[in-house]
Design a protein around this ligand. Structure first.
Ligand code: BES
Ligand code: ZN
Ligand code: ZN
Length: 449
C-alpha cells in the first residue's frame, strides 16, 4: 500500500521513528519517503506554511500527478493535522487525475485515492474537484468539439446533474429578445450560431441574489480583424468566464449555499465568413444602444453587453459580477498571477480582493474613473467597442461594460484573460485552470451564503 502524509511546517512527525525523516522540514513541495518492513511505501509531502488554499491544492495535485506511476496501486492519504486545509488536500488529490490528452487513443492510468478523514471535508473537496475538472475539460476541448450548441448542452447537463436550472435561448429566441450584439458577433458562424443560457440556483433561506455573467466565446479568431496565427489555437479558451459561472453554480448547488444565483452566459464563436460583421459596422444591442464596431476582435464586450443588459433588465440582483477572458492588456498589466478587477463599488472590490488572497485566485483592482469613458465616444453611434489606442485596454473594456449595467450599484468586472489558461504540470501546452470558482464560492460564503 502507498500512504501519503501531507506535512505542514507545524506538523509533528515524532510518531514516525524513521531515519529517512531526519532533516525533513515539510517545506512546500519537499518530499520524504521510506518503505516499511511490510513493503508499504510512506510518502511525506511538505506543504510548508501555505500562503493560500490554492498553494495546498496545487502542491498535492502536482505531486500525485507526477508520481502516478509509483502510486499506480492506489494511495491512501492520512492526515496529521492541518484541519483548515483538509478539503484542499482532498480537492488537490482528486484534481490529480485530470488529463488534457483525453482525445488520445491511449489513456493515462491514474491511482485510486482513499482518505482517512471526516466525510464532510472529503465531500467539500470532491465537489470542488468535480466541478473544476468538468470546466477545465470544457476549456481544454478544441473549438470544433465545443460549438456554442455543445457548450450549452454541457451546461444544461451539469444543471440536471447538480441541481440548478438552465434555460437555453437558441438563435431564433435571441432574435426575439433583440440580442443584436451577441447575434452580430455570431454572424461569422452560420453553422454554429450563438446561444444564450440563463442559469438559476435558489435556496429557500436565501436573502440575497447574486448575478454572474460569463463570456462564452468557444473560439476567437478575431473575426475580420483577424488575430495573428501564433498561438491562435489557445483562443479555444475564450470561454473561461462562462466556465467559471457554470462551475460556481455547480459548487453552490452541491454545497447548498444559502444564496440565489442567476447566471447569464452568452455563447458564440467569433469567426469569419461573408456574413461576418466588419470593422466600422454599427450594430444595435439588447439595451437599444448602438455600437460602432471598430475592431471585431473586441467581441467579448459586445456579447457581455447584451448579457449584462438582459440580466439587469429581467432580474433584481444585489450584486452583479462578470468574468471574461476579455483583453490581452490584462495580461500585459498583471501577468498570469492575478485577474484585473474593475468596480466602482469599494466594498465589493475589497471583498473580492480578500477572497482572492484567501483562495489564491487573486484579483487586483484597476482604476474605474469615468475619465476612461471618453475613449469610447463614437462620432456615429452611442459608443464604440475600441478606444483609438491600445493603452489602458483592460480598463476601457470594463468601462464599456459599465454602459450596459443600468447603473447597478454593486457591479464588478473580472478580466481573467491571464488566469483562465496557463502552464501546468498536465502538459507542455497551456491548459485550463478553472479560475474563478474558488474565488466566487469564497466570496459568497464570506457574505454569509
Ligand atoms: N479573447 C481576447 C482576449 C485574450 C487575449 C484572452 C489573450 C486571452 C489571452 C479578446 O477577445 C481580444 O481579442 N481582445 C483584444 C482586444 C483588442 C482588439 C482591443 C486584445 O486584447 O488584443
Ligand atoms: Zn477577440
Ligand atoms: Zn475574445
Amino acid at each position: 500500500m502507498n500512504y501519503l502524509y501531507p506535512v505542514f511546517n507545524t506538523t509533528s512527525l515524532s510518531s514516525f521513528d524513521s531515519p529517512y525523516l531526519e532533516g525533513f522540514k515539510g517545506k512546500t513541495g519537499e518530499v520524504a519517503f521510506f518503505i516499511d518492513g511490510e513493503a508499504n511505501r510512506h510518502y511525506f509531502l511538505g506543504l510548508g506554511d501555505p500562503k493560500h488554499h490554492l498553494e495546498v491544492i496545487q502542491t498535492v495535485r502536482s505531486f500525485i500527478f507526477k508520481q502516478k506511476e509509483n502510486l499506480s496501486t492506489g494511495v491512501k492519504i492520512k492526515f496529521l493535522g492541518g484541519q483548515e486545509y483538509l478539503s484542499d488536500i482532498v480537492q488537490g488529490a482528486y484534481l490529480s487525475d485530470y488529463s488534457i490528452g483525453y482525445l488520445k487513443g491511449e489513456q493515462l492510468e491514474f491511482p485510486s485515492i482513499d482518505f482517512e478523514a471526516d466525510a464532510s471535508d472529503v465531500e467539500r473537496g470532491q465537489h470542488f474537484a468535480r466541478a473544476i475538472k468538468r470546466i477545465m475539460r470544457w476549456g481544454d476541448a478544441p473549438g470544433n468539439h465545443k460549438t456554442p450548441q455543445k457548450l450549452a448542452e454541457w451546461i444544461k447537463a451539469s444543471g440536471e446533474e447538480n441541481g440548478f436550472q438552465v434555460e437555453v435561448f437558441d438563435k431564433a429566441a435571441c432574435e426575439n429578445l433583440g440580442m443584436h450584439a451577441l447575434l452580430g458577433v455570431g454572424r461569422g458562424s452560420r453553422e454554429n450560431p450563438p446561444v444564450f443560457c440563463v442559469l438559476k440556483y435558489t435556496h429557500p433561506e436565501a436573502t440575497k441574489t447574486v448575478g454572474l455573467v460569463g463570456k462564452g466565446v468557444t473560439f476567437d479568431t478575431g473575426g475580420v480583424s483577424l488575430k495573428p496565427g501564433d498561438n491562435m489555437n489557445y483562443m479555444k479558451s475564450d470561454m473561461g468566464g462562462a466556465a467559471a459561472v457554470a462551475g460556481t453554480l455547480e459548487v453552490a448547488a452541491r454545497l447548498g449555499l444559502k444564496i440565489n444565483l442567476i447566471g447569464a452566459i452568452p455563447i458564440t464563436e467569433n469567426c469569419i465568413d461573408s456574413y461576418a460583421i466588419k470593422p466600422g459596422d454599427v450594430i444595435s444591442s439588447y439595451s437599444g444602444k448602438t455600437i460602432e464596431v471598430i475592431n471585431t476582435d473586441a467581441e467579448g464586450r459586445l456579447i457581455l453587453a447584451d448579457a449584462l443588459s438582459y440580466i439587469t433588465d429581467k432580474y433584481h440582483t444585489d450584486v452583479l459580477i462578470d468574468l471574461a477572458t476579455l483583453t490581452g492588456n490584462a495580461i500585459m498589466a498583471l501577468g498570469y498571477k492575478a485577474a484585473a478587477l474593475i468596480s466602482p463599488n469599494d466594498e465589493l472590490a475589497q471583498s473580492l480582493f480578500h477572497a482572492g488572497l484567501k483562495t489564491g485566485e487573486k484579483v487586483w483592482r484597476m482604476p474605474h474613473w469615468d475619465e476612461y469613458k471618453d475613449a469610447l465616444k463614437s462620432d456615429i453611434a452611442d459608443l464604440k467597442n475600441l478606444a483609438g489606442s491600445p493603452i489602458g485596454g483592460a480598463i476601457n473594456a470594463g468601462k464599456f461594460l459599465q454602459e450596459f449595467i443600468r447603473e447597478h450599484q454593486a457591479w464588478a468586472h473580472l478580466d481573467i484573460a491571464g488566469t483562465a489558461f496557463m502552464d501546468s504540470e498536465f502538459g507542455s501546452m497551456k491548459s485550463a485552470t478553472g479560475f474563478g470558482v474558488r474565488l466566487l464560492v469564497e466570496y459568497l460564503e464570506s457574505q454569509g451564503a
